[in-house]
Design a protein. Structure first.
Length: 329
C-alpha cells in the first residue's frame, strides 16, 4: 500500500525536564530619616539572574500512525522523517544510508515484522531512535557502519525471530545494547569486529536455532557472555580469535545440531568448556590451534554418545600426548 504522508504532519517533541531559569530585580528604594539631619540613604542594589539552562529529555512518540503495510527502505535522511510516527512495519526495514546521521524520528517504532538491517550507513554514530523496538520477526543485521560506537539504541529488543549478525566494526567495544535479547531463532554471527573485548551483552540468549559463529575478533579474551546458551541448532564455529585461551563460556551447551569447527585460535590451551556436549550432528574439525594438545580433542570425542560423521584433527600441539591424531578412541 502506498502511504501518502506530508512530512509536515509528523511532529515529535522533546520532553523538557525543567523550566528555563527566571530573572528577578530588586527595585531601588529611597529611605528618608525623620530626625533633624539631612542624610539620605538610597538603596539601589539590583539582583539579576540570567540563568537560561534548559534540560532536554528523550524524544517521545507523540503521533500514532499505526502500521506501515509492507517493506520500507531508508536511503536518505528525508526517508527517516517520512516514516516518523509509524508504530510498526509489517515487512522488513532496510537501511542503506551513508548520509543519515539521526534516527530519532523513528522513536514510535515498536516492532518490525521482517528483517531489520542496517548496512553501510557510515555517518551514524548511534542508533538512538530505535529504542522502543521490542521484536524483530526476521533477521537483525548491523554490518559495516564504521562510525557506530555502541548498539545501545537496540536495547529494547527482546527477541529476534531470524538470525543476529554483527560484523565489521572498529569502534564498538561491547555488545551491551543487545543485553535484553533472550532468543535468536536463526544464526548468531559475530565476525570481524576488531575492538569488541567481550560478549557480555549476549548473556540473555539461551538458545541459537541456527549456527553460532564467532570469528576474527582480535580483542576478545573470553566467551563468558555465551554462558547461558544450552543448544546450537546448526554448527558451532570458533575461528581466529588470537587472545582466547579457553572455551569456559560455552559450558552450558549440551548439543550441536551440525558441525563443530575450531580453527586458528593461537592461544587456546584446552577444551574444558565443551565438557557438557554429548552430541555433534555433523563433522568435527579441530585444526591449527597451535598450543592445544590433541589429547584434549580425544577427551572430547570420548564424551560423545556417537561419533561425528567425519573427524579431522591436525596442526594442533600434537606431540605432547598420545594417542596421535586420527587414532583417538
Amino acid at each position: 500500500m502506498i502511504k501518502n504522508l506530508l512530512l509536515g504532519q509528523v511532529l515529535l517533541v522533546a520532553a523538557t525536564g525543567c523550566s528555563p531559569g527566571s530573572s528577578s530585580s530588586d527595585g531601588g528604594t529611597t529611605d528618608t530619616d525623620t530626625d533633624s539631619d539631612t542624610d539620605s540613604d538610597s538603596d539601589t542594589d539590583t539582583d539579576s539572574d540570567s540563568d537560561t539552562d534548559t534540560d532536554t529529555g528523550p524524544i517521545e512518540c507523540t503521533l500514532d500512525l499505526g502500521e506501515w503495510d509492507g517493506d520500507f527502505e531508508i536511503d536518505t535522511q528525508s526517508a527517516v522523517a517520512f516514516l516518523a510516527g509509524y508504530t510498526s512495519i509489517s515487512g522488513y526495514l532496510y537501511f542503506f544510508c551513508p548520509s543519515c546521521t539521526d534516527l530519532s524520528e523513528l522513536i514510535c517504532l515498536t516492532s518490525v515484522g521482517g528483517d531489520l538491517s542496517i548496512f553501510d550507513s557510515d555517518a551514524l554514530t548511534n542508533l538512538n531512535g530505535l529504542n522502543n523496538i521490542a521484536s524483530v520477526g526476521g533477521n537483525l543485521g548491523i554490518v559495516h557502519n564504521y562510525a557506530l560506537t555502541d548498539l545501545d539504541g537496540l536495547s529494547g529488543i527482546t527477541s529476534v525471530g531470524g538470525g543476529l549478525y554483527i560484523a565489521n566494526y572498529e569502534a564498538i567495544t561491547n555488545l551491551d545494547g543487545l543485553s535484553n535479547i533472550t532468543s535468536v531463532g536463526g544464526d548468531l554471527s559475530i565476525c570481524n569486529n576488531y575492538t569488541i573485548t567481550n560478549l557480555d551483552g549476549l548473556s540473555g540468549i539461551t538458545s541459537v536455532g541456527g549456527y553460532l559463529w564467532i570469528q576474527w575478533s582480535d580483542a576478545i579474551t573470553n566467551l563468558d557472555g555465551l554462558s547461558n546458551i544450552t543448544s546450537v541448532g546448526g554448527y558451532l564455529r570458533i575461528q581466529n580469535i588470537p587472545a582466547l585461551t579457553n572455551f569456559n563460556g560455552l559450558s552450558g551447551i549440551t548439543s550441536i545440531g551440525e558441525h563443530l569447527l575450531i580453527y586458528g585460535n593461537g592461544a587456546l590451551t584446552n577444551l574444558d568448556g565443551l565438557s557438557n556436549i554429548t552430541s555433534v550432528g555433523g563433522e568435527l574439525r579441530i585444526s591449527s590451534n597451535y598450543v592445544l594438545p590433541d589429547c584434549e580433542v580425544c577427551d572430547l570425542l570420548e564424551q560423545l554418545t556417537s561419533l561425528p560423521t567425519m573427524i579431522d584433527i591436525h596442526n594442533n600441539l600434537g606431540d605432547t600426548c598420545t594417542p596421535v591424531p586420527g587414532n583417538c578412541p
